[in-house]
Design a protein around this ligand. Structure first.
Ligand code: ATP
Ligand code: MG
Length: 497
């Protein structure tokens, strides 16, 4: 088992080997690894002074700033399991997660006072601390940081985005984070001048994994409080950023802001994941010479598990690539392995894959079988083993015995010049069982009739994939990760009919 071993405490080791390298930049402040270590030690001593000890669980409701990075490592120094709370959630959602994860404490910051106060009232047995008060708390004299991390120990509990249902608490071990960082670097390589820009939330694995690579690789990270395309572009152009993690919606806005300028040669990787990437966007990146690495991953795989190297970005456009070195990938159809080109459920294995869901034995047993995680996503491999992700299995529409994937129809609709975005779901139909129905948001000032939208689809799609109905709306339901909630489209439809 890969995850039986121990490793030295990551930041402590990093501060020992390369103490004076810049670890973190935020606004006009910079921190070296030794700076970080000393601050972390101080904070860990205070957490410990509150009675927090190895194996205890603490929930963090914090934004993207250096303090948060310090708090995360301080929890690791004490050996606390971190529950990363998503600050964009409603209190109702947060309360559900806190009751599910049962942390001993909630550690938050003044920016979330209102939220935190209500949490304190509704869940009185979980004390709430503010990071601003930490300095006033008692420190443990001679606090000793953990010297080693056991790879099988839980480092974090992170809830999935809740796109297909209720979020599930994913257990991520130290080994999962370690191997995720190793798998990524064996693909992307490591250069002395590397600098990873983090403008994705650190409560998601996309941002959190950058903080892990930061200390494991010893690279500089520039942290932004939130995503702003102008700031991101500026950092790439002026602050020698070499790698950025983005999702489609971010990349769209960055390209628009960039206008006809280019990124510098030193910028070497635009890591694009989190959801489907439309072909026209990838084509535009190729044209502009933006080095896009498409990637596929999820909370359960502690970030990327399949990534496309840029030398394939033209030949294999639209593919998420091949599994990272320590990981494996297969496609299953009715208990057997699919042949090339045949769509089935994507299954992955590797040391970065979660041991399971918190408090969800049944879901864990269903998802992880014989060491393989069944992702619930549908995809296929081409003859050369490149993965193409199609859609989520739960969103599949079976119409007259044919499989219809909403993502394909949405991409076709989004190509129409009058359409800003589209969402597709299935509707009951006497004759076909189910038929696709589309929700369409038009671009500002644009006009389009239902008949014209359907005619556009007819040109580009087989007839059974053409939506039977088009409903125009002003926006689509999305969750806090900006993912389209097709299950809510279904509800809207049911209420309308
Ligand atoms: P929940 O599991 O609660 O429904 P979620 O799956 O959206 O939420 P995440 O772990 O944040 O939660 O997202 C991972 C999912 O995002 C993948 O399982 C997949 O459906 C989608 N995804 C990630 N990368 C890609 C990609 N390159 N192409 C298509 N879909 C992707
Ligand atoms: Mg999921």
């Amino acid at each position: 088992n890969f995850n039986q071993e121990k490793l030295p405490n990551w930041l402590k080791r990093r501060a020992d080997v390369t103490p004076d390298r810049i670890a973190l930049e935020f606004e006009d402040k910079a921190y070296t690894f030794i700076d970080l270590h000393l601050r972390v030690l101080e904070t860990a001593g205070r957490l410990s002074g509150q009675g927090m000890k190895k194996g205890d669980r603490v929930a963090l409701l914090i934004g993207s700033h250096p303090d948060s990075v310090i708090i995360i490592h301080a929890c690791f120094y004490v050996g606390l399991e971190i529950v990363m709370l998503n600050s964009r959630l409603t209190n109702k959602e947060l309360i559900w997660q806190i009751r599910d994860a049962q942390p001993g404490w909630i550690l938050t910051e003044a920016a979330f006072t209102l939220k935190a106060e209500e949490l304190g009232e509704k869940i009185p047995n979980v004390p709430v601390f503010f990071k601003e008060e930490l300095n006033r708390l008692e420190k443990v004299p001679n606090f000793q940081a953990l010297d080693e991390f056991s790879l099988q120990d839980t480092a974090t509990i992170m809830y999935t985005s809740g796109t297909s249902g209720k979020p599930k608490g994913v257990i991520q071990t130290y080994g999962n984070h370690w191997w995720s960082a190793v798998g990524s670097v064996l693909n992307l390589g490591l250069r002395e001048e590397d600098c990873w820009l983090c403008s994705v939330p650190i409560f998601h694995i996309s941002g959190f994994s950058i903080l892990m690579r930061n200390v494991i690789y010893g690279i500089r990270v520039i942290l932004l409080e939130s995503f702003k395309e102008k700031e991101v572009n500026q950092a790439i152009k002026e602050r020698s950023v070499t790698i950025v993690s983005v999702v489609t919606a971010m990349l769209n806005r960055m390209i628009a802001e960039l206008q006809d300028e280019n990124y510098p040669e030193s910028f070497r990787c635009m890591l694009l994941g989190g959801g489907p990437a439309p072909l026209h966007l990838l084509e535009e990146c190729i044209q502009r010479g933006i080095p896009v690495y498409q990637t596929y991953g999820m909370t359960e795989t502690s970030s990327q598990i399949v990534t496309l190297a840029p030398e394939y970005s033209i030949n294999k456009i639209g593919s998420a690539g091949k599994p990272l070195f320590p990981s494996q990938l297969k496609i299953e159809v009715e208990g057997r392995e699919a042949v090339p080109g045949e769509a089935g459920e994507i299954a992955v294995a590797g040391p970065n894959v979660t041991p399971g869901y918190l408090n969800r034995k049944e879901e864990t047993v269903q998802a992880i079988r014989n060491g393989w995680l069944f992702t619930g996503d549908i995809g296929y491999l081409d003859e050369e083993g490149f993965l193409y992700v199609i859609d989520r299995r739960s969103d599949l529409i079976i119409s007259g015995g044919e499989n219809v994937y909403p993502a394909e129809i949405e991409a076709v609709l989004a190509k129409h010049p009058a359409i800003f975005e589209a969402g597709v779901t299935g509707m009951e139909d006497e004759k076909w069982g189910k038929v696709p129905v589309a929700f369409v948001v038009l671009k500002p000032g644009a006009a389009l009739s239902e008949a014209d939208a359907i005619a556009h689809c007819r040109e580009l799609l087989a007839s059974y994939k053409v939506p039977k109905k088009i409903l125009f709306c002003s926006e689509l339901p999305r969750n806090s990760s900006n993912k389209l909630l097709r299950r809510e489209l279904k509800e809207i439809l049911e209420n309308k009919l």
